[in-house]
Design a protein around this ligand. Structure first.
Ligand code: PHE
Length: 358
């Protein structure tokens, strides 16, 4: 019985001194495991004289439950200590700066459309849209381009398979059909811009089969060439952010405008690169003219009462010039490095029409 008391003290002490759950588990196995000291004592019960057996059994059982209980209590204490230690070590430093997030950015095409819309929107023009798949009449005929007109060949048109009535629709070759749709669906005066996708069968460093244009149309009773020039000079200076940018109107030809002009801006060329706004060289940036009276007639508008001007510009070309992007094909390659380099922060978008045509 003295031995038993010694074992009891020794085990209790060991339990109290266990410093972590591994040590405590080792003590449990040593006392209560299959070959543990208490287990062995209990197995030996049959060798004890029958008259002592009951008392010994009770004493062994008491010892077993005492140690079991002590281990449980110690286990809880150790778990608390370990948790406290972990909490202290893992403390979150809320003053650390956050990890940089990979923000999306605005594609230069979208950015350029937004900039143009913001400038012309401020002049009172509002945004219109038309379908990418057009019929021949809207894309050509109504625009004073009859079927035998050479301009049809110049457009490298994508034709769709013919429909049930033999009619072949086209992927619009310019945004000018939106002029027609606007004038057919409303009453003058008109002051609109139409940004959107356009298609021509062409592919090299400055041409892509799908590209973007922005159309402009202003029609009123007294709209004249002075308005056309004022509007476009102002636009060029605002877009390229050069107050005294030289702007030149060079006579040209479009079937849907008369007279027609191409607009050039002043620049210098130094070994392939150019600088906008200085020097004595010129760079073409858009086409324009007074709306041909035939076009007004085709839309049911009286050309004796109304006249107007129209213009069309290539978005990629404007973006390449303004932001120094050398190859047009890179616009559509979705190369993330390119997008991060040439893209814009969403916070820079100046207008309220960020969603147009997307
Ligand atoms: N539609 C012409 C083009 O694609 C541009 C243009 C539009 C010219 C409006 C004059 C007036 O080249």
């Amino acid at each position: 019985m003295d031995d038993l008391e010694a074992l009891r003290l020794k085990l209790n002490e060991a339990v109290q001194e266990a410093q972590d759950s591994d040590a405590l588990e080792a003590i449990r196995v040593d006392a209560l495991g299959k070959k543990g000291q208490i287990t062995t004592l209990m197995r030996g019960l049959s060798n004890i004289a029958p008259e002592d057996r009951k008392a010994s059994g009770q004493a062994f059982n008491a010892l077993k439950s005492e140690i079991t209980k002590a281990i449980e209590i110690r286990q809880t204490t150790l778990a608390d200590i370990e948790l406290d230690a972990r909490l202290a070590a893992d403390r979150i430093d809320v003053t650390l700066p956050s990890r940089p997030e990979c923000d999306g950015c605005i594609h230069p095409i979208s950015q350029t459309i937004d900039e143009v819309v913001a400038i012309l929107g401020e002049m009172g023009l509002s945004v219109e849209a038309g379908p990418d798949i057009e019929d021949d009449w809207h894309n050509f005929t109504a625009l004073n381009i009859p079927s035998d007109h050479p301009a049809r060949q110049e457009h490298d048109t994508f034709y769709l398979p013919s429909g049930p009535n033999g009619e072949r629709k086209v992927l619009r070759t310019h945004t000018s059909p939106v002029q027609i749709r606007t004038m057919q669906n409303g009453n003058p005066p008109f002051r609109v811009i139409a940004p959107g996708r356009t298609y021509r069968c062409d592919y090299d460093a400055t041409h892509s089969p799908m590209f973007h244009q922005i159309e402009g149309l202003v029609v009123d009773e007294n709209t004249h060439m002075g308005h056309l020039k004022g509007c476009l000079i102002e636009f060029c200076r605002a877009f390229f952010r050069v107050d005294d940018l030289p702007v030149r109107f060079r006579p040209s030809y479009f079937p849907f405008t008369e007279p027609s002009a191409e607009v050039d801006i002043g620049c210098t060329r130094e070994g392939g690169a150019f600088k906008i706004g200085h020097g004595d060289d010129w760079l073409e940036i858009l086409g324009c003219g007074m709306v041909n009276p035939n076009v007004l007639k085709n839309c049911g508008i009286n050309p004796d009462k109304y006249q107007g001007f129209a213009f069309g510009m290539g978005v990629e070309r404007l973006a390449m010039l303004k932001y120094g992007i050398p190859d047009l094909r890179t616009f559509y390659e979705s190369d993330l490095r390119w997008l991060r380099h040439f893209g814009f922060s969403a916070l820079d978008v100046p207008s309220m029409v960020g969603g147009i045509n997307r």
